[in-house]
Ligand binder design. Structure first.
Ligand SMILES: *Cc1c(COP(=O)(O)O)cnc(C)c1O
Length: 396
């Protein structure tokens, strides 16, 4: 890195996203890192830890993003990029010993839940799902249970959860997990390191779907893990090399380019989400709303103790109207929008909207009339006007 370590450590996160991971400040060096496409590197003699060796072991295009993300999450070690968020989930789950107990939020990201469920069905792990907002229930699942009195070996946290926006008490649950000897992985995709830093709350590993806010333009699929424990990092790196879930150099380069504007994007989309949540909460066709920034939200007080903002995902349940069920009204609403894009995913510059239960894998405990809004960076009045015309078009 071109900045001295001491100076870099003094910078705020808004500056780090712009300044980290630049080439050395030497005459005629490029200001932005280049894309390196080579699958192999010159070398003779024994291959050591510092050697690049081969394109599955390392790629210089990954380094600036990994350095920046490590710093943003408060680790002295660089993060690790993966081919997707789920490749990162797979690598993180590999830290669990065979047959070990995994405690996971019942409203985790659906892909993470499907992976854990399938691994459990094959006997690779034992899965205990739990309402992550209920601290006592989580502690009960962490504790020894069953004929062999097995305690948890890994606690999976996601907060806010996708799409129920449940807030876990990360500090308290992490401490409880450590007391029974479990390691803690926190999926921080919804918050980004600008809003929540799970390592500082005690988590051992932080996970991102880089696809979402970090890359931020809905044109890249990538994942990442960050830890400040060198042994855990070495195990994860080994898993990445041997299982092969590596990032393509183009995607890594695009992710760094996206990261440069993260602070501006998060600031704008969080501010807009707060305004939209407030306005939506007063609309007669909104049956219920989830947004941790609303003082009436069950997660509001807890969110304030561990997040510096409330994110930019808002979930609403649509009331039945004019002979339509809530789910049908929700589908009609999504189709009536002109500016909001009807599509899955989140965290891009463009505002996206989706009725979550259109996915067969979505847990049935997610209400069928629940619509998830990922607020982008468009003009707030344009976003509201489009929502309002679509809601008004439902009649009622
Ligand atoms: C999208 C998402 C993932 C999975 O990431 P991919 O990049 O799609 O593989 C994991 N966790 C959360 C919270 C997500 O939103």
């Amino acid at each position: 890195m071109s900045l001295s370590e001491q100076y870099a450590a003094s910078l705020s996160a808004e500056t780090v996203v712009v300044a980290a991971g630049r080439p050395a400040r030497e005459r005629d060096e490029p200001v932005n890192p280049p894309i390196v496409l080579s699958s192999t590197y010159f070398g003779t003699g024994a291959l050591g830890d510092g050697d690049r060796g081969y394109g599955r072991y390392s790629n210089p295009t990954w380094d600036p993003f990994e350095e920046a993300l490590g710093q943003l999450e408060g680790s002295e070690l660089p993060g690790l990029l993966y081919a997707s968020g789920l490749a990162a989930v797979s690598s993180a789950l590999s830290l669990l010993p065979a047959g070990g107990v995994l405690v996971m939020p019942s409203h985790s990201y659906a892909g993470s839940l499907v992976m854990a469920t399938e691994l459990a069905q094959k006997g690779f792990l034992e899965l205990r799902t739990v309402d992550i907002t209920d601290t006592d229930a989580v502690k009960a699942q962490l504790a020894p249970q069953g004929p062999d009195a097995k305690a948890a070996r890994m606690l999976w946290l996601e907060s806010p959860t996708n799409p129920m926006l449940g807030i876990a008490d990360i500090r308290e649950l992490t401490a409880a997990a450590h007391r029974v000897g479990a390691i803690v992985v926190t999926d921080n995709t919804f918050s980004t390191p600008l809003v929540q830093q799970p390592l500082s709350l005690g988590s051992d590993v932080v996970l991102h779907s880089v696809t979402k806010y970090l890359a931020g333009h809905s044109d890249v699929v990538l994942g990442a893990l960050v830890t400040s424990n060198p042994d855990i990092r070495a195990a994860l790196l080994h898993h990445r090399i041997i299982h092969g879930g590596i990032a393509g150099p183009f995607e890594a380069w695009l992710a760094l380019r996206g990261l440069r504007t993260l602070a501006l994007r998060v600031e704008r989309s969080q501010a807009s989400a707060a305004v939209l949540a407030e306005r939506l909460s007063k609309h007669p066709l909104i049956d219920s709303i989830r947004f941790p920034g609303l003082p009436t939200d069950p997660g509001h007080e807890r969110a304030k103790t561990q997040m510096s903002g409330f994110g930019s995902i808002v979930c609403v349940q649509i009331a039945p109207v004019a002979g339509l069920s809530g789910a049908d009204a929700a589908d009609k609403l999504v189709r009536a929008l002109q500016l909001w894009l009807p599509a899955t995913s989140l965290g891009g510059v463009e505002s996206l909207i989706e009725r979550r239960r259109r996915h067969a894998a979505e847990p049935l405990s997610v209400p069928d009339n629940l619509v998830r809004l990922s607020v982008g960076i468009e003009n707030i009045e344009d976003l509201w006007a489009d929502l309002k015309q679509a809601l008004d078009s439902l009649g009622g």
